[in-house]
Design a protein around this ligand. Structure first.
Ligand code: CDP
Length: 229
């Protein structure tokens, strides 16, 4: 069987619903294991921003593909991509097969050769354990009750100086989750071999401890194998 391009790296796939805490957990896991980290959602958000900036339609396949082909990775940390307008447009461009295909190689290359010569990578998103890297060493599926996720997103946006009402955010998160779960291409779903972590009743430290407990045996084992081999 032809080997997948990522089989040599150690990979932690972190998928889950909007504002479930997957990004924070992915970053903390990466720091813990000294792995590289990629927030794949930023790629879809950057695509959406490129489309909106060009006055295009995020639902139009040609506009969306042009956006995916012109993303500026240096803007990944820009608060402009975190707004709910961009989030909704991200969900629309993410439903288009040509966009997902255009972003696939970048994600797989990142996993195959994590930056900085790291032995592994953590990637968070919607389809990492199901489509981008089904052979990931460890997989997590993160979820939390919608009201709590909306509250967390409200706090996050407030911290960035963006005022929003929580009810509106809750409606937007629910709509985006429904769209992400029901789209025909790469829908959000828990991979059969992913461990479910519900962060509703957990603070950041407790959620991280739980995530670590779920992946550590597999990751420590893979690191030992690498040292031996
Ligand atoms: O931060 P939040 O959880 O709200 O969303 P995100 O991870 O930044 O993703 C924004 C949107 O991009 C999602 O609603 C998905 O539609 C899309 N996305 C995707 O389809 N596949 C991924 N691997 C990551 C994000």
């Amino acid at each position: 069987m032809k080997k997948s391009p990522t089989t040599r790296s150690i990979v932690i796939a972190v998928d889950g619903t909007a504002a479930s805490g997957k990004g924070t957990l992915a970053k903390k896991l990466a720091a813990h294991f000294h792995f590289a980290h990629l927030d794949s959602g930023a790629l879809y958000r950057l695509t959406a921003l490129a489309v909106l900036d060009a006055k295009g339609d995020p639902k139009d396949p040609a506009d969306a593909l042009k956006g995916a082909q012109s993303i500026d990775l240096s803007l990944a940390g820009d608060p402009a991509i975190r707004t709910d307008v961009v989030g909704q447009a991200a969900s629309q461009v993410a439903a288009i097969g040509a966009v997902r295909q255009a972003l696939l190689d970048f994600q797989r290359s990142f996993l195959a050769s994590p930056p900085g010569g790291s032995p592994g990578a953590v990637m968070d998103g919607r389809d990492i354990g199901t489509v981008i890297c089904p052979e990931a060493t460890a997989k997590l599926y993160i979820d939390a009750r919608p009201e709590l996720r909306a509250h967390r997103r409200w706090l996050e946006l407030k911290g960035m100086g963006i005022a929003r009402d929580e009810a509106g955010l809750l409606a937007e998160l629910n709509a985006r989750d429904a769209a992400d779960k029901s789209r025909p291409i790469s829908p959000l779903k828990q991979a059969p071999d992913a461990a479910l972590l519900d962060t509703s009743d957990l603070g950041i430290d407790a959620a991280f401890a739980a995530a670590l407990a779920l992946v550590s045996t597999k990751i420590e084992g893979a690191l030992k194998d690498r040292h031996r081999g």
